[in-house]
Design a protein around this ligand. Structure first.
Ligand code: HEM
Length: 138
């Protein structure tokens, strides 16, 4: 490659990098925003008689911390999820499709309350929806 072509290729790369989209984590508003959504979401779950019985003996403070780290890590943020994998965490519960849908609905309420835009909402729900086979019917 000639020096000129190489320089042009380099500058094209630099240009692409500048236009690179920010991570979902950043677009959600980082850890403070994720923490606020998770707090509100767990409040919704606590008031949701379709599923709150499932959390009777749950360690709620830990669950909140784990969810924040999981969402932070899954959205490209600087967090490490240190909890159980989704199969281990939900095995033996035989969680139904309906219960999964109820929980997602409770999360959507919080995302809407905090005015998370449709695009970011869709990306986050897509990531969580992908975990469904590791959570439902085990
Ligand atoms: C995308 C959906 C879901 C995600 C991302 C998720 C995530 C998690 C996480 C991160 C934990 C903590 C694991 C740990 O402590 O190591 C957990 C635990 C748990 N999840 Fe889920 N979960 C989902 C759906 C559900 C559903 C639908 C139910 C029931 C209706 C449920 C019930 C529970 C319970 C009872 C625990 C145990 C809490 C405890 O023992 O302290 N989860 N989940």
């Amino acid at each position: 490659m000639s020096g000129l072509v190489f320089a042009m290729a380099l500058s094209a790369c630099g240009h692409m990098e500048m236009k690179k989209e920010t991570s979902l984590y950043e677009r959600l508003g980082g850890k403070p925003a994720i923490t606020a959504v998770v707090d509100d979401f767990i409040g919704n779950v606590a008031g949701d008689s379709r599923i709150n019985g499932r959390f009777g003996s749950a360690n709620i403070p830990r669950l909140k911390l784990m969810l924040v780290d999981q969402i932070c890590a899954a959205s490209g943020g600087p967090c490490t999820y240190s909890g159980r994998d989704m199969v281990s965490a939900h095995k033996g519960m035989n969680i139904t499709d309906g219960e999964f849908g109820a929980l997602v609905g409770d999360l959507v309420k919080s995302l809407d309350k905090f005015k998370v835009p449709e695009k970011e909402k869709g990306e986050l729900l897509g990531a969580l929806g992908g975990m469904k086979p590791q959570i439902v019917g085990l």
